[in-house]
Design a protein around this ligand. Structure first.
Ligand code: PSU
Ligand code: MN
Length: 282
């Protein structure tokens, strides 16, 4: 992976919270492996991030992916130090993965959806938002997690001065749907324009950038299911909220949300690699 960076191969960082907590087995490993494969198919090098054996690791073997899937704690930016000191197996969120990527000199990161501001609990705000203001990494996603308040999340991204680029779209995607009713801050069409725009934005001193990619398919009734999931699980708090709500979405959709979740995260990884390649070529 370090060789890839110096040899001008596009490197894309991948988070592992989706592997450790976000998706149930066997979907989690299937998604992680398919993301790595998609990046390689585009001529890139995947750099999957996790805490293992007391170290913050950038680039994992397949056996190490399995270790994270077998049991790991969710690690956001503030949890990195404690997880390393304790020797825990840690699955990194977007925030922690951005921090690791920035430390390694990687500018591109792919995930399913970023964290944001929770519905009905506006005090629950993901550290992903603050980290985007801090680390110079482009985060390729299908918007934010479906269970969040997208309007408040988009407002906060604006307040923090974080560009939200719509990849071939004018609306911020709603994870399982192209439509959220919330506008992006700028539209880009294709990998060359995306790469040019990222470079120009970074030149102005902007740090994190969201590249929002519509999902490859629509999950009918996703918004209604998200509402029901949030209503059913309204007493949850903290880091457990996402895994519980996504499990409820899977129940309500008869498993369809899981298949689309895999497809969209793999699509995001592929686009990230294409844009990374265009960025290096420019
Ligand atoms: N999107 C998903 N599943 C997930 C996540 C996002 O579809 O599991 C993870 C990401 O790693 C994201 C994290 O960074 O949830 C945000 O968690 P929190 O709200 O606790 O910061
Ligand atoms: Mn949260």
């Amino acid at each position: 992976m370090a060789d890839a960076l110096t040899q001008g191969i596009p490197v894309v960082a991948l988070e592992t919270s989706i592997l450790g907590q976000g998706l149930p087995p066997p979907h989690n490993l299937k998604a992680a492996r398919a993301c790595e494969a998609a990046i390689r198919e585009e001529g890139g090098a995947p750099a999957t991030v996790a805490v293992l054996d007391g170290r913050l690791r950038v680039g994992l073997s397949d056996a190490e992916l399995e270790r994270i899937a077998a049991g790991s704690v969710k690690v956001s930016t503030r949890d990195l130090g404690p997880a390393m000191a304790r020797g825990s197996a840690g699955a990194t969120t977007v925030a922690a993965t951005m921090r690791a990527a920035a430390m390694a000199g990687i500018r591109f990161l792919a995930t399913g959806g970023i964290g944001g501001i929770h519905r009905g609990h506006p005090e629950d705000q993901s550290a992903d938002l603050v980290e985007l203001a801090r680390s110079p990494v482009a985060v390729f996603c299908a918007g934010a997690k479906i269970i969040l308040d997208l309007r408040l999340t988009v407002e906060r991204l604006e307040s923090l001065g974080i560009p939200v680029l719509g990849y071939g779209c004018d609306e911020f995607p709603a994870f399982y749907s192209r439509h959220s009713g919330c506008p992006v801050s700028a539209r880009v069409d294709g990998s060359a324009e995306a790469a040019r725009t990222l470079g120009a934005a970074w030149d102005t001193g902007v740090r994190g950038i969201v590249v929002a990619i519509p999902p490859p398919a629509e999950l009918e009734g996703a918004e209604e299911m998200a509402r029901r999931a949030v209503a059913d699980e309204r007493d949850l708090a903290g880091a457990d909220v996402t895994p519980r709500l996504l499990a409820r979405m899977a129940e309500l959709s008869g498993g369809r949300s899981l298949d689309l979740n895999i497809d969209l995260v793999v699509n995001n990884a592929r686009v990230a690699a294409q844009v990374a390649r265009a960025f290096l070529a420019a």
